[in-house]
Design a protein around this ligand. Structure first.
Ligand SMILES: NC(=O)c1ccc[n+]([C@@H]2O[C@H](COP(=O)([O-])OP(=O)(O)OC[C@H]3O[C@@H](n4cnc5c(N)ncnc54)[C@H](OP(=O)(O)O)[C@@H]3O)[C@@H](O)[C@H]2O)c1
Length: 258
């Protein structure tokens, strides 16, 4: 991997402190690895540690779906890093159902907590420190599936659409304070969570004409976690210093653009 340096010859994220949620596997682990390679100090979280947590990162066990989990994580960030310059909200996902009417109330609630409210809570706890320092970079991980919302995933894409709208609004509020806020929307990416979801989806019968779990994106392959992590790395770096309120769709060309 190419090492990008800043003006003074150091790795481009040297001296930066980062929090990445959901770094124990998949896209989150790739983001942690790339931030570490770029010289950042990284703390990551999941409900339990795995061997995929990249060496060199500090791991803190937390469930970000709850206010208590978010508060414990914010306290750990303060204790371990003394604050954050980079905040990557990567946790997310949902189980597919046969159609929208089959999605139970509690799954709607769960999808909103995991894919939307977890980010809102954590931002509310960590943005004040960024405001005080008049700098910060926030990335919310959404999904390209928002571009073609479908019954089996409506709880998920509705929550991610809310996240995108929130992210855009937050970017406008925080721009005058020197804080940039962007979204990355992955398409199908080879991760443990992605594979599980696609297996569950393949077992449901999908109406003709809908995007199928087996379709190949136009660029001829599914995404790898590092494809998504590259986009995140770019957005939190000074190379993106005039970028805020954007949504970078990284999907091999699969989903239609608005
Ligand atoms: N993979 C894809 O095809 C794809 C496509 C579009 C969008 N995305 C989005 O990309 C992001 C990452 O997806 P992924 O496929 O890499 O997911 P993944 O393989 O399921 O990994 C999810 C990570 O989040 C952690 N996590 C889950 N629930 C948590 C909770 N309540 N509190 C703290 N940590 C939690 C998991 O660890 P524990 O389970 O141990 O907590 C794990 O580290 C998600 O937002 C997803 O919606 C993925």
């Amino acid at each position: 991997m190419t090492t990008i340096e800043n003006g003074s010859g150091a790795r481009e994220l040297a001296g930066k402190r980062a929090l990445v949620t959901g770094g124990s596997r998949g896209i989150g682990a790739a983001v942690v690895r790339q931030l570490l390679d770029a010289g950042a100090e990284v703390l990551t979280t999941a409900r339990s540690a795995t061997t995929a947590v990249p060496e060199g990162a500090t791991f803190v066990e937390a469930d970000v779906r709850t206010r208590a989990g978010a508060e414990a994580l914010a306290a750990a960030v303060q204790e371990e890093l003394g604050g954050v310059d980079i905040l990557v909200h990567n946790v997310g996902g949902a189980r597919p159902y046969k159609d929208a009417s089959a999605i139970p109330d509690e799954e709607w609630q769960e999808a909103l907590e995991l894919n939307f409210l977890a980010s809102v809570r954590l931002d509310s706890l960590l943005v004040p420190g960024m405001r005080d320092r008049r700098s910060g970079m926030i990335v919310h991980v959404s999904s390209a599936a928002v571009l073609t919302p479908m019954g089996p995933f409506l709880h998920y894409t509705t929550a991610k659409a809310a996240l995108e709208n929130y992210s855009r609004g937050l970017s406008l509020e925080l721009a005058p304070h020197g804080i940039r806020v962007n979204t990355v929307s992955p398409g199908r990416t080879a991760t443990p969570g992605g594979e599980t979801t696609r297996e569950q989806w393949a077992r449901l019968s999908v109406a003709p004409g809908q995007t199928n779990a087996d379709d190949t994106p136009p660029l001829g392959r599914e995404g790898q976690p590092d494809d998504i992590a590259q986009a995140v790395l770019f957005l939190v770096s000074d190379r993106a210093s005039w970028l805020t309120g954007s949504n970078l769709v990284v999907d091999g060309g699969e989903f239609p653009r608005g």
